[in-house]
Write a protein that binds this ligand. Structure first.
Ligand code: HEC
Length: 173
């Protein structure tokens, strides 16, 4: 069944999962997202690499997809659905041309990670997030959680890969 974003937020609201948080002046650990009550996981920047990606168009970013130990083990062993406790992080940066590198190469060919953009996380808890395939979804822009309307778009789109436990990224060998 495909849930519309509005329907999903209504269901989450009725299920008592919609817990708006007041805006906080602080960035970083401790921020809580607005639907799924997910905090920025401690130490996520040191997690192991699953893959990388580049989006063109209006997104125009570079991405790294990282997993905590439970997620990495599940990838390597092919365990699906992912076990409870698995967390996958998708970090993104502006996709920028590097003048410094291009000078060395003698032509414009080098693109690197620029300013950090948003970070997204999916957290597996089959009971807590039963309404959204067992995954809680969270996005933080510069450490600030995005609003309910944005979070309501996550699960409906990830349903496209329901057969892979709602996860798009494949492990890059
Ligand atoms: C329009 C469809 C769409 C929406 C909406 C969307 N995603 Fe995704 N997501 C994707 C695709 C496609 C990928 C794989 C490509 C990539 O990384 O850019 C992805 C990748 C991810 C990943 C890396 C793991 C994986 O599934 O590959 C995370 C984490 C993630 N999304 C979280 C979120 C969160 C949180 C939201 C809501 C704030 C969200 N997504 C909204 C399509 C979507």
């Amino acid at each position: 069944m495909k849930l519309t974003a509005a329907l999903l937020s209504t269901i989450l609201l009725l299920a008592g999962k919609y817990t708006p948080v007041p805006p906080s002046p602080q960035y970083g650990a401790g921020e809580v997202d607005s639907i799924y009550s997910i905090k920025i996981p401690a130490g996520f920047r040191d997690w192991r690499l699953i893959s990388v990606a580049h989006e063109e168009g209006t997104l125009n970013d570079l991405r790294a997809i990282l997993g905590n130990d439970i997620a990495i083990e599940a990838y390597r062993n092919g365990t699906r659905p992912f076990p409870d406790g698995a967390i996958i992080a998708r970090l993104s940066w502006d996709y920028v041309s590097s003048d410094e590198n291009n000078k060395v190469f003698g032509r414009r060919q080098s693109f690197v990670a620029g300013h950090p953009k948003n970070n997204q996380f999916i957290v597996k808890d089959s009971k807590e997030y039963a309404l959204s395939g067992g995954w809680g979804f969270a996005q933080f822009n510069e450490g600030e959680s995005v609003n309910v309307a944005v979070h309501a778009t996550c699960f409906p789109c990830h349903q496209a890969v329901q057969s892979r436990d709602f996860v798009f990224t494949q492990y890059a060998r």
